[in-house]
Ligand binder design. Structure first.
Ligand SMILES: *Cc1c(COP(=O)(O)O)cnc(C)c1O
Length: 422
């Protein structure tokens, strides 16, 4: 049954897809029929990573030992410069890899709060933002006796600009928002938000976790001040790969982070008596980076740089369009409702659907149909085709298997109890 969208149409889209060859840069062999639609949680393994890690382990660690630090010490910065140039629209010397997104959120938010005029006593967050973002700002507000304003954004459409504007006033020191919503995928207008928050005299801190590698980002052109993001989602850096942080050049000497570690210190190996951070972006580093995890980011960036973010975005929009079109045709009769903006230019790369049985459907897809996507509370199924390695035919097949599970009610065999990790 094809209902006006035959599989052959998806096959034809793949045949004329200029990005189709990039799939070969990922390890996907030995998985007949398996379809991965969860690259917004953990990106696939780039094919060049195992050999490169083997080399770093054997030559760098095994043979070079401590002498290899001469090379390793520069990686946080050189990888940051690559991200800045190819994916973030930032200048050299404005981005470094370090710590986790959570820790970087804390560091940059605390630095901004310290630099804000003392009479400004409010932090503004989005009530639908990823939990760690909300918790870290709750903690900072409590530790410093500040007011926390939680914006009410639409669970399916994201934050409306008027809601943000209404919250901006002379008391606001800092606004923290995600460019792409983790749940519904809504994409904010970075330039408009930077303008509004800047006009109000507050600091703006962006979370780019679901945006970096998925949508073109122009930190400089839009006047962005501060940003953080992870490298294990669309950047394919591997589980727990270090996050990045961006601080606009002119702000770097003015901002001091709260964790005074030796990797931010002027003349680090002079082992001086007291903390005196360098003027550059390295002042936002803390301690020894996880070198093996950092190493894996390099081959991952090789692939994404060759593909180019604007071509990736074009394909992502078309992949998302197929997901939405097939869901409209095949899944709405089973009670699925689109829980993301319908306009593809207002979305990142993933699409969410609401269904009361979303959790059991998600499990059945994985256990019985070889399709991995994910579930998000309260009742959302997130489907994330990734233009680097997802084909149109895979999207068609995944949606077809999903339709079968609904028709056969196969999901009813799954447990309703949530797993530890969803
Ligand atoms: C994935 C994600 C994080 C992850 O933070 P970690 O510190 O890496 O666990 C943070 N914020 C957002 C918006 C995310 O999507």
């Amino acid at each position: 049954m094809d209902d006006g969208f035959p599989r052959s149409r998806a096959v034809a889209l793949d045949a004329e897809d200029p990005m189709a060859g990039f799939r070969d840069h990922f390890l996907t062999q030995g998985e007949p029929g398996f379809i991965y639609l969860d690259g917004n949680s953990l990106g696939r393994l780039p094919a060049a990573v195992p050999a490169f890690l083997d080399q770093v382990v054997r030559d760098g660690w095994g043979r070079g030992l401590v002498r290899s630090w001469e090379t390793w010490i520069g990686w946080s910065r050189s990888l940051g410069d690559r991200l800045a140039a190819h994916l973030l629209g930032a200048h050299q010397g404005e981005v470094v890899l370090s710590d986790s997104t959570s820790v970087n959120l804390y560091k940059l938010a605390a630095a901004a709060l310290d630099a804000a005029p003392p009479e400004r006593r409010t932090i503004v967050i989005d009530g639908e933002d990823f939990p760690t973002n909300r918790y870290i700002m709750q903690g900072l507000a409590e530790q410093r006796g500040l007011r926390l304003v939680t914006l009410r954004s639409d669970i399916d459409q994201g934050l409306y600009p008027r809601v943000l504007r209404a919250a901006l006033n002379q008391d606001v020191a800092l606004v923290v928002l995600s460019l792409v919503s983790y749940r519904c995928g809504a994409l904010l207008d970075m330039a408009a938000v930077n303008q509004a928050v800047g006009d109000a005299g507050a600091f703006m801190l962006w979370d780019l976790c679901h945006a970096a590698g998925a949508v073109p980002i122009e930190l400089h052109a839009t006047g962005a001040q501060l940003a953080v993001g992870c490298t294990y989602k669309y950047l394919n850096g591997g589980p727990g790969s270090p996050a990045f942080l961006y601080v606009r050049k002119d702000l770097q000497p003015r901002l001091r982070q709260p964790i005074w570690g030796w990797f931010g210190q002027r003349g680090q190996f002079l082992m001086g008596p007291s903390y005196e951070p360098v003027d550059e972006v390295d002042r936002f580093l803390v301690g020894t980076p996880p070198v093996l995890s950092l190493a894996a980011v390099a081959p991952a960036l090789d692939v994404i740089e060759r593909a180019g973010i604007s071509r990736l975005r074009q394909k992502a929009i078309r992949l998302g369009g197929v997901v939405v079109e097939l869901a409209d045709r095949w899944l709405s009769p089973y009670g699925f409702r689109l829980a993301s903006p319908r306009d593809p230019t207002r979305r990142g790369s993933h699409v969410s659907f609401e269904h009361p049985e979303a959790w059991r459907i998600c499990q059945a897809l994985s256990a019985e149909a070889g399709v991995v996507c994910d579930f998000r509370v309260p009742d959302r199924l997130r489907i994330a085709p990734v233009p680097l390695y997802t084909s149109f035919t895979e999207v068609w097949d995944a949606m077809d298997r999903l339709r079968d599970i609904m028709a056969s009610r196969g999901y009813q065999r799954q447990s309703a109890a949530l797993a530890r990790v969803t």
